[in-house]
Design a protein around this ligand. Structure first.
Ligand code: NAD
Ligand code: MG
Length: 405
């Protein structure tokens, strides 16, 4: 058994002798990853970076690994290994590549694993990290959408704690501290409405990938930004809410809130509605998870509500946003429907980005994929292990790629 089999190494700050949290960040070169690293850099005495992962952006991955003294940098792209090795040569930072290297890193015990790869590719690291009993800061909502029951059962068995990083779920989590779940009447998550919130529904078919990838309030990766415009991101978050908090789907509501300041609200049996209000800056939710159970002094803007003046809300219409209706079907059917839904959505988005289908066709591709797969009884089984989930994911990708719209 190697060194890492002995349990997390304890690191101490040279200046104050306080224990440092060992941390690995999956998807370190992305939007969530870079925000996480910003917090690590501002608090270098609080964290010891063990591993960083990326895919194509080798320059960024190597630069961050060197700057933060990571033990290992892993790229998902095997062909990029020589470039990563070159960039890290002589530094003592180990370079590795490929799916097995990602999984090996996830199996290294650390105090905190940040799961911030985009898409279903984030599921394996989430699951393997949870198997180690690690605290998992979960930005990768796909892990819960594709395999919520499996991830939760895995964490329960190992004693791992899962903390939300998605802003809405961090907000719900904070509103629930000290509360009794039996008294929760409803959970409301908000949506900015994305790039096209003020467009006529009839114009949505003409929306281009560049237009969809520009968010009015949040600065995020390209894929989640497009998902915000189609409300597929919110649809995923409704499922994420059900899985994370074990709330029944009929208690979950979505409101369009163009200011993106109230991230979620929890309604209780006595009529109280607890809202979480904060600036649209992911460093709040990330920092909350990084320092949980304490609260740190985070570099986010303090809101001046008098200057903001008003907060507005309106209902999210399921006719205009079919993704929300599809999420309800997915929750009703359970099993591997979430994995198929997410995979079909990823393929539909690829097709939209490639300008092969229209913006509004994405939901049609997902719906048709689920319709075609509904006769496959294999989808109704609960996600048992990673392989079962990845199999359903692959089947849905094949179907979604062939759907004609
Ligand atoms: P991003 O596209 O900016 O970054 C994705 C990261 O994953 C990058 O490091 C990239 O190299 C890596 N990656 C991409 N494909 C990969 C693959 N096949 N295998 C391994 N690594 C791969 O994405 P993001 O916006 O940071 O989002 C990451 C996750 O966090 C998503 O699940 C998203 O839904 C969630 N999230 C993001 C935000 C946000 O503000 N960006 C907010 C809430 C939740
Ligand atoms: Mg969110």
């Amino acid at each position: 058994m190697g060194f890492w089999g002995q349990g997390p190494q304890r690191w101490f700050c040279n200046f104050c002798s306080e224990a440092m949290k060992t941390i690995t960040i999956f998807g370190a070169t992305g939007s969530i990853g870079q925000n996480t690293l910003d917090l690590v850099r501002r608090n270098r005495n609080d964290f010891k970076v063990v591993g960083l992962t990326g895919a194509s952006n080798i320059r960024q991955l190597a630069q961050d690994a060197l700057d933060l003294g990571a033990e290992i940098a892993v790229t998902a792209d095997e062909s990029a290994l020589p470039a990563l090795r070159d960039a890290l040569a002589g530094s003592g930072v180990q370079a590795a590549a490929g799916q097995n290297a990602l999984r090996d890193l996830a199996a290294r015990p650390v105090d905190l694993a940040v799961s911030s790869i985009i898409g279903a590719a984030g599921l394996a690291p989430s699951l393997i990290a949870a198997q180690q009993g690690t605290t998992l800061a979960l930005a990768n909502k796909e892990s819960l959408v594709c395999a919520g029951p499996l991830l939760k059962a895995t964490a329960q068995k190992s004693g791992a704690t899962i903390l939300p990083v998605d802003s809405e779920h961090s907000a719900i989590f904070q509103a629930l501290i000290g509360e009794d779940m039996a008294a929760v009447e409803r959970v409301i998550i908000t949506a900015s409405g994305g790039a096209f919130r003020d467009w006529d529904t009839a114009d949505l078919a003409k929306a281009t990938p560049d237009q969809a990838a520009s968010h009015p309030n949040w600065n995020m990766g390209q894929r989640i930004t497009i998902d915000s415009a189609s409300l597929f991101n919110k649809a995923m978050e409704v499922i994420e809410t059900k899985e994370f908090f074990d709330v029944s789907p009929d208690k979950i509501e979505v409101l369009i809130h163009p200011e993106s300041l109230v991230h979620a609200l929890v309604g209780f049996s006595d009529g109280a509605l607890m809202a979480h209000v904060g600036p649209p800056d992911m460093r709040h939710a990330i920092g909350f998870a990084m320092y949980h159970p304490t609260r740190a002094d985070l570099p986010v803007q303090r809101l001046d509500l008098a200057q903001i003046g008003q907060l507005t809300f309106r209902p999210a219409c399921e006719d205009r946003h079919p993704a929300l209706r599809l999420a309800r079907d997915v929750m009703k059917n359970g099993g591997l429907w979430g994995a198929a839904f997410n995979a079909a959505k990823e393929v539909a988005q690829d097709r939209f980005i490639a300008k092969a289908i229209r913006f509004t066709d994405m939901a049609a591709v997902v719906e048709e994929t689920l319709t075609q797969m509904s006769s496959d009884s294999g989808l109704s089984v609960a996600p048992q292990d990673l392989e079962t989930v990845l199999h359903a994911d692959q089947l849905a990708r094949n179907v979604a790629a062939a759907v004609k719209v």
